[in-house]
Design a protein around this ligand. Structure first.
Ligand code: ADP
Length: 660
């Protein structure tokens, strides 16, 4: 900076001392001193030549302190260069004035924001006399502006950081602002969706528009808060559940100025709500089903108990004729059989439902279990005058890998239903194999010309205790458990049971199960569709000795009576220790071993007596148990038992085991 021609303050003596001049100067001084703005006369080098009180008040210095300093001394270092630059241009007459916002350092050390305007006072010859600086304290405005800026940034940050979209509708101008989050929630980038009310309203789900418009009308009328949930269509056509909460901003006269609101995507909450509702419904349904099941069970169990209890009581009184006693015994036996059947089926169902049925897949020679079941049912059909026609012709010599026991159980249920519900005519049973998806499908169907099943009943009869006609007795109809069990077994095998039926036209139940198959090398002569008849029970049982190991006296009586009827010699051991003693003294052809006994149980007794047997090659040990699980059967095999018979012991079952 080159020094200007005049740096010094104008001395009072330099002014002409006319009245007018004196007046003018006095006026100037008055304005200078009393102005509500800071004023300084500044020399060429920046030194303060004269300052008014207001400027002193702004910067905290006394006038004499300021006169000793330059504006550079009091300027915030960061604003100095810019100020000097402008000042230089002014001196060089490149600019007539300049105005800038700048910071001064107050005497107490804090920053003072000021709006500075500088102009030059030149002499008549154009030389520089002094600079006039007008300084307005704008610290308060600056603070407010900073606060506003901070508020704005905070608001922006909050609206960007949260999942909540914000919008602001100006009712006077119609202008609306939607924060980017409002658009992101619907899958749009900020610039992809116009921020207009209409653009958003168009995305309201068509089914919700009417309701939404109604809510908005009510809000406009009542003001207050609008809180609503509605569906919006997202960028890819997907549905979003959105919650809008809008508040009305009114002016002093209660006029609606703005509507400011939040937009929140509550799709996940809605989904969870729905899931919760569904699981609640499912739980309620399950609980209802359980109650129904218990009611059914109780009914089914009590019904046969009635003849058992009533008739046995009458028999105990002992006044009946032998013929009546025989009749009573028959009725009791029927009721017992009925209960036995129910208990078996309910246990089956419970095991299947609990996922405790273990499938035991093995290679099966077809038509194996199906032919055996037909054979078993044939006499029942004949008794009703029905014909059983079995067609297994395309499956002979083929082996499939599946659980034979389950197939047998399903076949048994479907055929026995067909026999039960058909009054006359024939029942056609077919087995075939058909290429399926990936594996081969084994297809077993039972067609009858019985009453048929109405479409409305076709689904529910696969549920437990569901029967087409509840007015029929369980003797006539069954418990309504067979199809439920069969269907679950089929599902456990990876297949299903299909039903085709029309009322009055008969029914076809079809089991479809995917199975691995081994095809025969050459087509041999197909054997008959019947399974080979079981060997006739051996006629000579005399001299055969049976050790019955059983702790329960009533079971001892029943089993002993049955065995003696078959011609066996029976010795009874009431516990494991007696059994051990008996085998040491005698040789037995059969040992019927109860598994659950106090002291030594059947497993431990078996383990101990096997080394003591006098005729280990001929003696067969058979378990007696009410536990029919696969695990129980395996445990029997592990301790060296040869077979398994379930309680209650049935006459036929026992005979076929001993003589078969
Ligand atoms: P159940 O036969 O022991 O009653 P199911 O579960 O096997 O139990 O059958 C349920 C119901 O389905 C039967 O009670 C009967 O009303 C109907 N149903 C089953 N099979 C047939 C069929 N072949 N013809 C007519 N109705 C049938």
């Amino acid at each position: 900076m080159s020094p200007p021609e005049a740096d010094n303050p104008p001395a009072a003596s330099e002014y002409p001392e006319s009245d007018e001049v004196l007046n003018t100067e006095a006026r100037f001084r008055g304005i200078f001193q009393n102005a509500a703005i800071g004023i300084a006369l500044v020399g060429r080098n920046g030194q303060f030549l004269e300052v008014n009180d207001h400027l002193c008040a702004i910067l905290g210095y006394r006038p004499e302190e300021m006169i000793e300093s330059t504006f550079q001394d009091l300027t915030h270092p960061e604003d100095l260069d810019k100020d000097l630059e402008q000042f230089e241009l002014l001196i060089r007459d490149r600019i007539p004035t300049y105005t800038m916002e700048k910071r001064y350092i107050h005497k107490q050390g804090h920053v003072v924001w000021a709006l500075l305007t500088v102009a030059m006072q030149r002499r008549a010859d154009g030389s520089l006399e002094y600079a006039i600086a007008l300084v307005r304290d704008i610290s308060r405005e600056k603070r407010l502006a900073n606060m506003l800026e901070l508020e704005h940034r905070r608001y922006k940050l909050v609206s960007e950081a949260t999942q909540v979209g914000i919008f602001d509708y100006d009712h006077q101008s119609g202008a609306v602002y939607f924060s980017p989050v409002c658009k992101h929630q619907l899958g749009f980038a900020d610039r992809e969706l116009p921020g207009t009310g209409m653009a958003f309203f168009r995305r309201v789900h068509p089914d919700d528009r009417k309701h939404f418009a109604m809510r908005v009308r009510t809000y406009l009328k009542r003001r207050g808060i609008l809180d609503t949930e509605l569906r919006m269509i997202g960028r890819y056509g997907e549905t979003h559940w959105i919650r809008y909460r809008v508040a009305a901003l009114l002016d002093d006269r209660g006029r609606l100025m703005r509507s400011i609101g939040t937009q929140l995507d509550v799709t996940e909450d809605k989904k969870r709500e729905l899931e919760l509702l569904q699981s609640k419904q499912a739980a309620e349904e399950a609980s209802e089903a359980k109650s129904r099941f218990l009611a059914n069970m109780s009914h089914e169990l009590r019904t046969p108990l009635n003849p058992i209890l009533a008739l046995s009581e009458m028999m105990q009184e002992g006044v009946e004729s032998p013929e009546t006693v025989r009749q009573f015994a028959k009725l009791i036996n029927d009721a017992g059989n009925h209960m036995f059947e129910l208990v078996n089926q309910v246990l089956d169902l419970a095991r299947i439902q609990a996922g405790r049925v273990r499938m035991e897949p093995d290679w099966i020679d077809l038509p194996g279990p199906f032919a055996a079941t037909v054979q078993l049912m044939r006499s029942q059909a004949i008794r009703k005058g029905l014909q059983l026609q079995a067609d297994f012709s395309t499956t002979h010599h083929v082996q499939v890998n599946c659980c034979s026991q389950s197939l047998r159980q399903i076949a048994f249920n479907l055929i026995s239903n067909a026999i039960k519900f058909t009054e006359s005519g024939s029942i056609l049973i077919r087995l075939r194999l058909q290429p399926g998806e990936g594996e081969t499908d084994l297809i077993f169907s039972v067609t009858d010309n019985g009453p048929g099943i109405a479409l409305a009943d076709q689904k529910r009869i696969f549920d437990a205790f569901e029967r087409v006609d509840d007015s029929l007795s369980t003797q006539q109809q069954g418990f309504g458990l067979g199809l439920s069990i069969s269907n679950r077994l089929a599902e456990a095998l990876g297949g299903n049971i299909q039903l085709r039926s029309q009322l009055g036209q008969g029914s076809t139940f079809t089991l479809v199960v995917p199975v691995p198959v081994r095809w025969p090398d050459s087509a041999d002569e197909p054997p008959s569709d019947e399974a080979p008849a079981p060997a006739k029970p051996g006629s000579s049982t005399s001299g055969c000795r049976v050790l019955l190991v059983e702790d329960e006296p009533s079971n001892q009586i029943v089993a002993r009576l049955m065995l003696e009827r078959f011609g066996y010699e029976v010795e009874v051991a009431s516990d494991g220790f007696q059994a051990i003693q008996a085998v040491q003294e005698d040789a037995f052809d059969w040992i019927l071993m109860d598994l659950k006994m106090p002291g030594l149980d059947g497993f431990e007794t078996t383990r101990r007596i096997r080394p003591l047997l006098r005729n280990p090659d001929r003696c067969r040990i058979i378990a007696l148990t009410a536990n029919v699980t696969v695990e129980a059967r395996e445990s029997c095999e592990r301790v060296g038992m040869h077979g398994f018979i379930t309680k209650p012991i049935r006459f036929d079952q026992l005979r076929s085991l001993l003589e078969g």
